[in-house]
Structures are given as structure tokens and as C-alpha cells.
Design a protein around this ligand. Structure first.
Ligand SMILES: Cc1cc2nc3c(=O)[nH]c(=O)nc-3n(C[C@H](O)[C@H](O)[C@H](O)COP(=O)(O)OP(=O)(O)OC[C@H]3O[C@@H](n4cnc5c(N)ncnc54)[C@H](O)[C@@H]3O)c2cc1C
Length: 393
């Protein structure tokens, strides 16, 4: 959506195909990071974004047994937005769709599932009525997530990284108001690990399980899980009331991968399609959006002049590869330092990783984690053709 909006503002003919009929899906990455907030300001969408329901995350806290540590303090990052906004992703996507809809060269087709690539360039898709159609195009950008079909059809094969966990998501009602500021905290104790995100009237809660253990753990029964998650977060019957059976527990399979080549003839992959991100650190949405900004900046002129070549696609990869590699290394580090020991039962208040103990002693250092977790290594410049004053109506 970000790439579509930016290219349309440059005057490029863009069609975005989304397989679902709406953007309304629970348990997506709802974190909007400072670079995205700055992008929205520059696109003239900051005021409208500020009207969306949101919770502001200023600190990320981790609890090891009985010890609580501030792992990242976003109030210390440079720039006007010293926080992460937690906004329902469907509201954010609808806002982008509305902004793009006013551009005469932009088309969004919902309920349109890409099923293949066309030989002469473009895609084959099934529309919302179930009719198979072809859409010719100079360039197909695969932004279809970690199980990307566009990537597979283009013959692009990612390098996969080992990840120790999958994630169960549950909704837990919230009974105490914490005001405008959201609380996010990771909890690690007794071989269990999870994280809650304060979403206003409920906690979006992730519970980590060992990779591939979903079936075996479900076989132990829902009561066992209720006992474990209740013990981890200190929740009783009232909080656990909405975890009635396994239908209330959603599995999200974690993948981490990166394409050695992000493009082939007439196809470019960005976002998770090019590099599936781990949920560790919650950076995937931010990285995908930065990919989109870089791609728009590099590709708009050659698309408009009809001079696009593989060299331009290669420039997008070269521009983004370094930042993505650094963030994925950081995520692999978090898997080793926190998640593996937590799932092995080796992480407790006596074995808190050294970097966290040091930053707990010297709070200035939480700025470093906040910088890497909040801004990331490379913020992409918003292209001049996409900038606008505050958008009204
Ligand atoms: C458990 C878990 C928790 C996470 N939590 C966070 C978090 O809190 N914060 C964060 O920043 N990141 C988080 N991430 C990572 C984040 O979700 C991704 O990195 C990010 O969504 C990537 O964005 P994307 O646009 O590339 O792909 P996606 O967000 O996956 O979007 C792909 C889109 O393509 C559509 N699509 C797929 N196939 C087709 C098709 N054939 N035809 C048409 N449309 C199609 C999909 O419906 C979808 O709308 C998490 C990941 C996991 C696994």
C-alpha cells in the first residue's frame, strides 16, 4: 500500500491486488515506528493518522521471574516521535487506501488473489467473483508476505534461517486502565515466555512455543495452557475467561529468511516476501515500509519514462540489503540471548543476559536498544514527488 501510494503520487499507473476482501484481520503487527510516523507527516497524513485509535508505547519492559527491567526507552530516540504508536493495522491500511484513492493513477482491487505470473509481464489473478483474469504490467512487485506466491512463481528461493519458536496469540481482557501510554512487556519464567501488548481494553498476548510443537502442546489440553499462561503473567479466572478452547488460540508460524536475489525479470520482491522477519523486536512492518519508500524513490522515474531495467531493481536490493541484514542479525541475537534460554528453562532472575543487566544499571544505554528497535539502521528519505502538506477530506 505504501509503495502503491508513493508511485501513484509520482503519476505511475499502479494496481494493488489484495487477496482478502478487507484489511480486517486480528493479530497482525500493529506497531507503527518513528520512521513511519515521520513518513506519514511528510506525506501530509500525520493529522489523519493521529485521529486513529492508538496507544503510545514509550518503554519496553521485560520481567524475569520477579525482576523487571526497562529494555528500551523510546523517549530517548532522536526526532519528533519518541514512541511507537500501536494502531490496528486495518485502520492504518484503510487510511493509506483512502489517501491513494484520490490519485488518478491508483487502483486497489480487494478480494483479488494472485495465482501466477503472465509470460509477457504482469500477473494472473482470481477476482472477488472467482473469475480468472490477467493484468499486464511492466513490473510486478511481490509484497505478498513470508509465504509469497509471486516469489515462488518468479523462481526466487530464499535462504532460510533456523528459528527456535512459533507463537500462539490470545486476547486477554484488560481490567485496569493505564491511560494513553501503552505497556508492553515480555515475561520470562520457569521455561515459559510471552509478551503482552496493551491494546486499550484488551492485551494482545503472544505465548512462545518451541518450533513445530503446536500439535503436541494442544494435545495436552487447554487447561494446561491456561495454567501456564496464567502462571506466567499472574492472571486468574477473570483474565483467562476468553481462552475457552483451542479456537481462541491462534498459531502464527515464525519464519526468517532472505532472498539472495530480490528480483528476476519484471519481478521485484520487498518486505517479508524478500526477507521474512522474526517477531523478535517487532520490526517487520517498519522494515517493509522502508523497503517501499526506497523502491518508490528508485523506480518512479524509470517506470514513468519506460526505461526500467534490472539495474534499477538491483539498486533497490543494494539500498536495503544492509539494513535488513543488520536487523535480522539483531533478531537472531535476540533468539540466542532470550528466546532459546527461555524455552530451555535457563532464563530467570539470576541469569538475566548481561547487556540487559548493564542497561538496567545505566539507563542512558536503553537509548541504544530504543534506537535499534525504534528507528533501525537506515531511514529512507521520502521522495519529493510524494510529499504533501496536511491532507484534508
Ligand atoms: C507472530 C508474529 C508477530 C509479529 N509482530 C510484529 C509486530 O508487532 N510488529 C512488527 O513490525 N512486525 C511484526 N511481525 C512481522 C510483520 O508481521 C511482517 O514483517 C510484516 O507484516 C511484513 O509486511 P509485508 O507487507 O511484507 O507482508 P504482510 O504484512 O504479510 O502483507 C502481505 C499481504 O499480501 C496479501 N497476500 C498474500 N498472498 C497474496 C496473493 N496471492 N494475492 C494477493 N494478495 C496476497 C496478504 O493478504 C497480506 O495483506 C510479526 C510477525 C509474526 C510472525
Amino acid at each position: 500500500m505504501v509503495l502503491g501510494l508513493l508511485l501513484a503520487r509520482a503519476g505511475v499507473e499502479v494496481t494493488v491486488l489484495e487477496k482478502h476482501k478487507d484489511f480486517f484481520r486480528d493479530f497482525r503487527g500493529d506497531t507503527v515506528h518513528p520512521p513511519t510516523l515521520m513518513l506519514l507527516d511528510e506525506l501530509g497524513l500525520g493529522d489523519r493518522f493521529a485521529e486513529l485509535p492508538s496507544k503510545r508505547l514509550e518503554k519496553m519492559r521485560m520481567v524475569f521471574g520477579g525482576v523487571s527491567i526497562v529494555a528500551a526507552d523510546f523517549s530517548r530516540v532522536p526526532g519528533p516521535h519518541k514512541y511507537i504508536e500501536m494502531v490496528p493495522q486495518w485502520d492504518f491500511l484503510n487510511l493509506l487506501a483512502e489517501a491513494a484513492a484520490v490519485e488518478p493513477t491508483f487502483t486497489l482491487r480487494m478480494g483479488a488473489e494472485v495465482t501466477g505470473l503472465c509470460e509477457g509481464g504482469g500477473v494472473r489473478y482470481r477476482d472477488s467473483e472467482g473469475v480468472e483474469r490477467d493484468l499486464a504490467a511492466t513490473l510486478v512487485v511481490g509484497c505478498d508476505g513470508r509465504d509469497s506466491l509471486v516469489r515462488a512463481k518468479a523462481g526466487l528461493v530464499p535462504d532460510e534461517y533456523d528459528v527456535p519458536m512459533d507463537v500462539w496469540w490470545v486476547r486477554v481482557p484488560k481490567f485496569e486502565e493505564t491511560g494513553e501510554v501503552a505497556e508492553v512487556f515480555g515475561c520470562f519464567a520457569n521455561g515459559l515466555a510471552g509478551m503482552t501488548m496493551d491494546r486499550g481494553d484488551y492485551y494482545q498476548t503472544s505465548y512462545l512455543i518451541r518450533k513445530g510443537q503446536d500439535e503436541a502442546l494442544r494435545a495436552e489440553g487447554i487447561e494446561k495452557f491456561r495454567e501456564r499462561i496464567g502462571g506466567l503473567f499472574g492472571w486468574g479466572e477473570r483474565e483467562l475467561a476468553e481462552i475457552r478452547d483451542w479456537d481462541d488460540v491462534k498459531l502464527l508460524k515464525v519464519r526468517m529468511s532472505k532472498l539472495p536475489h530480490w528480483y528476476s525479470e519484471r519481478v521485484l520482491c520487498i518486505g517479508d516476501a524478500a526477507h521474512a522477519m522474526s517477531p523478535a523486536g517487532g520490526m517487520g512492518v517498519n522494515v517493509a515500509i522502508q523497503d517501499a519508500v526506497a523502491a518508490a524513490r528508485i523506480l518512479a522515474a524509470p517506470l514513468l519514462s519506460g526505461t526500467l531495467t534490472a539495474r534499477h531493481l538491483n539498486r533497490v536490493q543494494r539500498r536495503r540489503n544492509f539494513a535488513v541484514t543488520l536487523i535480522q542479525l539483531q533478531q537472531l541475537g535476540e533468539h540466542k540471548m532470550l528466546i532459546e534460554p527461555a524455552l530451555d528453562g535457563r532464563l530467570n532472575e539470576r541469569t538475566i543476559p548481561l547487556p540487559l543487566r548493564i542497561s538496567d544499571r545505566f539507563p542512558m544505554l536503553t537509548a541504544v536498544a530504543a534506537f535499534f528497535g525504534g528507528i533501525g539502521p537506515l531511514r529512507e528519505k521520502t521522495p519529493a514527488f510524494a510529499r504533501r502538506g496536511t491532507m484534508e477530506g
